[in-house]
Write a protein that binds this ligand. Structure first.
Ligand code: CTP
Ligand code: MG
Length: 260
């Protein structure tokens, strides 16, 4: 009997969180259903995960009340090619998301099975290139327990405090961290599943407002004192949040930049 380990992708499950409402995009539909150059954001995200990590289990976390997104997942799982973005016959399940992103991550984690590693990925980062997935998976395979893709920040970032003079209705600068020591983090964020599950168990006991502040999964690892490793992110892994982001994503697709 061979004692070879299965390849990293086969030991990996990917939770794609796609249950947000898309308020800032303002299309009156869940953001994951919004077409990006004619293809729904979730469909693009599923396609890019399937291309980057063939054999990985995918858990799509979708809004309970949007039949179109559930159907999209069923189609991807059934192996009917919906269009060029979805590889046939994926190991994909859909589950209903929650009120906050972190609730949705938890719902997804409940469905990942016994994978050794889990990647948590925003459907809104639907143009993430395969190299970013590969870098995260490779770092996990090398022994990291938490890995995030990151880019240097281009803006100078300030921390702020409440207005010191009530007559001037504005926040004031508190400090200016050195830009060289700052990074903007993206997804997929990768973890040893058992470590992320343990962290999420703690969050379950938190009051709602504290849990809502969990905008990023690595934050939980930091709280547990885990080392969170950085791998190179990519500008194409931008999170589509506003109309301007959507325009940029569509321009990338038009330029043929999305999968290179
Ligand atoms: N998300 C989720 N469940 C939620 C909230 C967010 O699965 N309750 C997902 C989104 O679908 C998205 C990712 O988390 O893929 C990042 O969230 P964000 O960009 O904030 O998306 P929305 O919450 O949909 O957008 P908005 O905040 O503008 O409403
Ligand atoms: Mg949101």
């Amino acid at each position: 009997m061979s004692t070879d380990l299965p390849p990293p992708a086969a030991r990996t499950a990917v939770v794609i969180v796609a249950a947000g409402s898309g308020t800032r995009l303002g299309r009156n539909m869940p953001k994951a259903a919004v077409p990006v150059a004619g293809v729904a954001m979730l469909e693009r995200a599923i396609g890019s995960v399937a291309d980057a990590l063939p054999g990985a289990r995918i858990v799509a976390v979708v809004p309970a009340g949007h039949p179109g997104l559930w159907q999209l997942c069923r189609t991807a799982a059934a192996g009917t090619r919906h269009d060029d973005c979805v590889t046939a016959g994926l190991d994909l399940v859909a589950v209903a998301g929650g009120a906050t992103r972190n609730d949705s991550v938890r719902a997804g984690l409940d469905a990942v099975g016994d994978a050794e590693h889990v990647l948590v990925h925003d459907a809104a980062r639907c143009l993430t290139p395969p190299a970013v997935f590969a870098a995260v998976v490779d770092a996990l395979a090398a022994g990291a327990r938490a890995v995030v893709p990151a880019l240097p920040v281009v803006d100078t970032i300030k921390t702020v405090r409440a207005a010191p003079d009530p007559a001037i209705a504005a926040e004031a600068v508190d400090s200016t961290p050195a830009r060289s020591g700052l990074r903007a983090v993206q997804t997929p964020q990768g973890f040893r599943r058992a470590v992320l599950v343990a962290a999420q168990r703690q969050v379950a006991a938190w009051p709602a407002e504290r849990a809502e502040a969990v905008t990023d999964d690595a934050l939980l690892m930091e709280m547990l004192g885990e080392d969170v490793y950085l791998v190179p992110g990519d500008e194409r892994a931008l999170k589509i949040t506003t109309e301007l982001d959507l325009m940029l994503a569509e321009a990338l697709i038009a330029a043929g930049e999305e999968h290179s």
